[in-house]
Design a protein around this ligand. Structure first.
Ligand code: 4NP
Length: 164
C-alpha cells in the first residue's frame, strides 16, 4: 500500500525519453502553478530499458524549453512496485496501455491504468499521444500541444473528483 498522502501519477511511454518525461514536466508545472505542489507526486517511466539513466531526448528538451519546461528526468523502466505505489498510471498510446495492463497483477492495479488520449479535448483527431521519435520538429511540438491540453483536463478531473 502507498501510505503517502499525496496523489501520485506515473506517466508512461515506450522509451521514457520523449513523451512521458515531457508529460511529467507539464503536469508538475500545472500542479505548482495551482499551489498544489505538496499534494502530488509525479514521475515517469518507460516500458523499454534502452535509455535507462539518460536525460530526455535532446529534441524533446529543445522543443520544451521555449515553453518553460526544463526536462531533467533520468529514464527508468516501469517496475512491479509502481502498480502499488502510484494512484494513477497514464500510458501515452494504446500499446502502452495494453502492455501496462498485462503487467498488472490484480484488477485493482489494472484499473489504475488509463490512456492520456482520454483527456485530449482540443485536438479531437487525436485519441493518443503519438511517438515523435522518428518524426521531425512538428512531432515534438504536437506532443507538447497534446500534453498541455490533456494534463489540464486530467488535473481538473482529479480535483473535481476530490482525489486530493
Ligand atoms: P518515447 O519515444 O516512448 O516517447 O520516449 C521513444 C523513445 C525511444 C524509442 C522509442 C520511442 N526507442 O525505440 O529507442
Amino acid at each position: 500500500m502507498n501510505d503517502d498522502k499525496r496523489y501520485s501519477i506515473l506517466f508512461v511511454c515506450l522509451g521514457n525519453i520523449c513523451r512521458s518525461p515531457a508529460a511529467q514536466a507539464v503536469m508538475q508545472r500545472m500542479v505548482d502553478e495551482r499551489g498544489l505542489t505538496e499534494r502530488f507526486f509525479i514521475d515517469s517511466a518507460g516500458l523499454g530499458g534502452w535509455h535507462t539513466g539518460d536525460l530526455p531526448d535532446k529534441r524533446m528538451r529543445v522543443h520544451a524549453r521555449p515553453r518553460g519546461y526544463e526536462l531533467t528526468h533520468r529514464a527508468r523502466c516501469v517496475r512491479g512496485s509502481d502498480f502499488e505505489d502510484f494512484d494513477l498510471i497514464v500510458g501515452m498510446d494504446a500499446a502502452n496501455v495494453d502492455d501496462l495492463r498485462s503487467r498488472a497483477l490484480t484488477l485493482e492495479q489494472q484499473d489504475k491504468v488509463v490512456m492520456m488520449g482520454g483527456y485530449i479535448r482540443q485536438y479531437p483527431h487525436y485519441d493518443h499521444v503519438p511517438d515523435p521519435y522518428y518524426e521531425g520538429s512538428e512531432g515534438f511540438e504536437l506532443v507538447l500541444d497534446l500534453l498541455e491540453d490533456a494534463c489540464d483536463n486530467l488535473l481538473n478531473q482529479i480535483i473535481q473528483q476530490n482525489k486530493i
